[in-house]
Each structure stands twice: as structure tokens, then as C-alpha cells.
Design a protein around this ligand. Structure first.
Ligand code: SF4
Length: 244
């Protein structure tokens, strides 16, 4: 299934409202790089990133988790940082949280290869307790050190829509002190990373919930992803309407 198939080439309705929306929505980044060029440029950035030692996480990681997916995807997911399974495999969101993300994508008619998935920091942040490594939140100096890699990725992909998975990601992509429980599911248009950004609950957070809380959190995750997919379709329709 191609990216265009996935996000729908819908026939634009040429209502006045639609035309008006077109102006606002047509801030989609210019598709000035072909998918092949984006793949090539991402590979060029990935190679040095895999050797990066710009912050202290380099000393405890197994491998750098650069990110993966469709280099030309209009929809990008950004999480906080790799966990244990990601550190072991070098791939983002492949543990239990990744399986839940895959489910949420599938329930919205999408597969992982149609989107791009990365994290704010590319190496697993850990704290050692009783001789065991446990996940921890990335620290501000680590986020800052890794920001260049994230910017490079997003400058190449130039997504129309970013979904922040969890508050720490939204702190970087949207604004500081992001309050995920209050601000998830809203659209933000002031991010330097993409014209449209929405934040949702991190799948790992959803998995920590139980009973009705789990059901509600899971529904939020699925519905926020649905909104992001709809936004991509809306942007495409608006761009097409603006061009006619
Ligand atoms: S977290 Fe980012 S900046 Fe730090 S070592 Fe890994 S790749 Fe480099």
C-alpha cells in the first residue's frame, strides 16, 4: 500500500469553507525531496549518529536507536527514549509498548512502515539499582545533546503531522512543561518541527493502567492517532483544493 493510498486521495469538495481551510492548511512542508532522496539523506545522518558520544548515555547504551520507518511519511511519531528491548535490538518501540502502538496503528488502518517512528533521545537512559539497569527519563542535557539528530531527521522527512507519544516528547516538540493529561488530543501549530502537532498518551503509560482506566487510556491513544491520520488527509485535500 502506498503512502498516498494510505492517507487517501479524496476528491476535494470545493465549498467556500473548504477553500478557506485550504489557505490555513496548505502550510504542509514542500515535498521538495523525493522519497529516495529522503532515504539517502536519512542514511547519511544515521551513520554518524550510530557512533555518537555527545552525551553520557553513550557510556551505558548497547546501541543507538536512530529511528525507522517511511522516510517520506507525512506522519511521524516521536517518543521519549529507547527502553531495554529497543536498546537490545536497535529499533524503536519494539517492546510491549511498541506492540500496543502497532495495534493502535492497525486499528486506524495503518502499518508501521507507512509512518516514521523515532525518539527524542536515541540512547537508552538508565539508572543502576542493585546492579540492575532500570529505565529513567532522559535529562535535559541529554535531550539537548540529542536535539541535533532529531532536527536533522525531521528536516529531511518534513512531516505534515507529528504525534508526540507522552509528555516528555511534547515538552521538546510543542512547549516546555507540557501537561499531557490536560493538553493531549489538542492541535498545536507553533512547533518548529511540523505544521501540525498533537500529543497522546505514551503506550507504556497506557500499559501501566488497569481496568476502566486502561480501557479509557487505550481509547485516547487510538482516537488521537485517528485524529492525526484525519489531519493528514485534511491537509492533502486542502493542498489539492488550493492548487485547483
Ligand atoms: S543520546 Fe543522542 S546525543 Fe546522547 S550519545 Fe546517544 S545519540 Fe548521542
Amino acid at each position: 500500500m502506498s503512502q498516498l493510498d494510505l492517507f487517501g486521495e479524496q476528491t476535494p469538495e470545493k465549498s467556500a469553507k473548504e477553500q478557506e481551510q485550504a489557505v490555513r492548511l496548505s502550510r504542509e512542508p514542500e515535498a521538495d525531496l523525493s522519497p529516495d532522496e529522503k532515504e539517502r539523506l536519512l542514511a547519511e545522518v544515521r551513520a554518524p549518529a550510530l557512533q555518537c558520544t555527545k552525551c553520557k548515555l553513550a557510556t551505558t547504551r548497547t546501541q543507538v536507536v536512530f529511528g525507522e520507518g517511511n522516510a517520506a511519511a507525512p506522519l511521524v511519531f516521536i517518543g521519549e527514549g529507547p527502553g531495554e528491548t529497543e536498546d537490545a535490538t536497535g529499533r524503536p518501540f519494539v517492546g510491549r509498548a511498541g506492540k500496543l502502538l502497532d495495534e493502535a496503528l492497525r486499528e486506524n488502518g495503518m502499518l508501521r512502515e507507512h509512518v516514521y517512528i523515532a525518539n527524542v533521545v536515541k540512547c537508552r537512559p538508565v539508572v543502576f539499582e542493585g546492579g540492575r539497569a532500570r529505565n529513567r527519563a532522559p535529562e535535559s542535557d541529554e535531550i539537548e545533546a540529542c536535539n541535533g539528530w532529531l532536527r536533522a531527521q525531521l528536516n529531511i522527512i518534513r512531516p505534515s503531522v507529528i504525534v508526540c507519544l507522552g509528555g516528555p516528547s511534547a515538552n521538546v516538540i510543542v512547549h516546555k512543561n507540557f501537561k499531557i493529561t490536560q493538553e493531549r488530543g489538542r492541535w498545536f501549530e507553533n512547533s518548529p518541527f511540523a505544521p501540525w502537532v498533537i500529543a497522546t498518551l505514551h503506550p507504556a503509560y497506557v500499559l501501566r493502567m488497569h481496568g476502566d482506566g486502561y480501557d479509557a487510556a487505550r481509547r485516547s491513544l487510538v482516537s488521537d492517532i485517528a485524529a492525526a491520520r484525519e489531519k493528514v488527509i485534511e491537509i492533502r485535500k486542502a493542498s489539492k483544493a488550493a492548487a485547483t
